[in-house]
Write a protein that binds this ligand. Structure first.
Ligand code: S3P
Length: 446
């Protein structure tokens, strides 16, 4: 356990570069491993989750090196993985394990997967089911949990699959399995989710079509058995990590911060839209395209926020940002309502429960149901002063440390260790901006 504390802050200022995008980093490694030739990757996120994916790929026979120039992956071509001689431990990473399950499901190898306590509680049936239809055999613990074993199909079938939940991980697992299947693999999503897999597949030479559907969903088709060719990847900054310094800068009076090189994938910008509706002063500077993804710098100025109703259709585009939005809502004037949050119950923790518990520990009025949340904002600094249980969830940990910067009293978290899964430099970045966030030996008293 690594207890941490965040103290009420003076105005934050400075320019910081947020680390590489986690979703894109996983996918860059997986697709570079499936291409022929050597792919250089710049800006790869060097966090525990991504390093676990790199280690798993190495165990599957892929040569991956990191030197002064960045990362280089020597791809084995589509279907070229070898059987690993050990269990692949994906640590805390749902993206890592689900995408890798897809990649191995259509190759004639047997792969064993395990993860940490949090990952071992998360549902894998959502990927086991479609991968089974493609011909893979999967043996999992009760309820479709890790540890599990995948025997990839020798003759994978392309499928036409309708996602029961809007999940980019499940969509990507099916598309990755579809790489080895003949013909067209099709996935229909009820609402659009992040399309990094589709963009990177095209970048490496695959044929992928995405067609919008009348109800707001999308139908994605991939032509199987392509020849993927190595091609350099530039990973933009992670908007889900940028969300923490961004919200801190909005909430701490007098702050003026620039976040450089932030990925602006249209299916990831839900928090930005919501904060702007709340009255946030956020300016996009120098919008450009880098490595097939839209990117810009963000200028952020502190100012009062007001509560809003977040439309349910926006949930997939800010699925990881509800903990930090809850913190912004706690400081806004009026009530913020969020609906359609069922998926939050099966993230790195039961995030809905963790948000409620943390807000209550910090003196904030909150109501919740099975899939909704209503937060009464303090219209300025909320009380704070609590000790928050993070349940080994990086986003809960960082969100409540940000609350400590904006509250009247410091906020403590019981364990900040999970921050290293996605944003290891978080304490350094926040300190550069003038925040006081550090380890704390005590869970009560100053
Ligand atoms: C991710 C998709 C989302 C998100 C996760 C990363 C991805 O999960 O919560 O942090 O990289 O595809 P779901 O696909 O389960 O919604």
């Amino acid at each position: 356990m690594q207890p941490m504390i965040a103290h009420p802050a003076e105005a934050l200022a400075g320019i910081v570069k947020v680390p590489g995008d986690k979703s894109i980093s996983h996918r860059a490694l997986l697709l570079a491993a499936s291409a022929i030739g050597e792919t250089p990757i710049h800006g790869l996120l060097e966090s525990e989750d991504v390093l676990a994916t790199a280690a798993a790929l190495r165990a599957l026979g892929v040569e991956i090196v990191r030197d002064d120039d960045g990362w280089r992956v020597s791809g084995r071509g589509v279907g070229g993985l070898s059987e690993a001689d050990r269990v692949l431990d994906l640590g805390n990473s749902g993206t890592g394990v689900r995408l890798l399950m897809g990649l191995v499901a259509s190759q004639p190898i047997l792969t064993l997967f395990c993860g940490d306590a949090s990952l071992s509680r998360r549902p894998m049936m959502r990927v086991i089911e479609p991968l089974g239809r493609m011909g893979a055999q999967v043996w999992a613990r009760g309820g479709g949990r890790l540890p599990l074993c995948v025997r990839g199909s020798t003759e994978p079938l392309p499928i036409d699959y309708e996602l029961p939940v809007a999940s980019a991980q499940v969509k990507s697992a099916i598309l990755l399995a579809g790489l080895c299947a003949p013909g067209w693999t099709t996935v229909t999503e009820p609402l659009p989710t992040r399309d990094h897999s589709e963009r990177l597949l095209r970048h490496f030479g695959a044929t992928v079509h995405a067609e919008p559907l009348p109800g707001g969903g999308r139908r994605i088709t991939l032509e199987g058995q392509p020849e993927l060719a190595a091609s350099p990847v530039l990973v933009p900054g992670d908007i889900s990590s940028a969300a923490f310094p961004m919200t801190a800068a909005l909430l701490v009076p007098g702050s003026n911060v620039i976040l450089s090189n932030v990925g602006m994938n249209p299916h990831r910008v839900g928090l930005l839209q919501t904060l702007q509706e709340m009255g946030a002063r956020i300016t996009a500077i120098g919008s450009r395209e880098e490595g097939g993804e839209p990117v810009c710098d963000l200028g952020i100025e502190a100012g009062p926020l007001r509560g809003v109703d977040v439309p349910e259709s926006r949930v997939p585009s800010m699925i990881d940002e509800f903990p930090i939005l809850a913190v912004a809502a706690a400081c806004a004037s009026g009530t913020t309502t969020m609906r359609g949050l069922k998926e939050l119950r099966v993230k790195e923790s039961d995030r809905l429960a963790a948000i409620v518990e943390g807000l209550e520990a910090c003196g904030i009025s909150v109501r919740a149901g099975e899939d909704w949340l209503e937060i009464d904002g303090a219209g300025g600094p909320p009380p704070g002063g609590g000790v928050v249980r993070t349940c080994f969830d990086h986003r809960i940990a960082m969100s409540f440390l940000i609350l400590g910067l904006a509250a009247r009293q410091p906020v403590r978290i019981d364990d900040g260790a999970a921050i290293a899964t996605s944003f290891p430099s978080f304490p350094i970045v926040m300190t550069e901006l003038g925040a006081k966030i550090h380890g704390s030996n005590e869970l009560s008293g100053d």
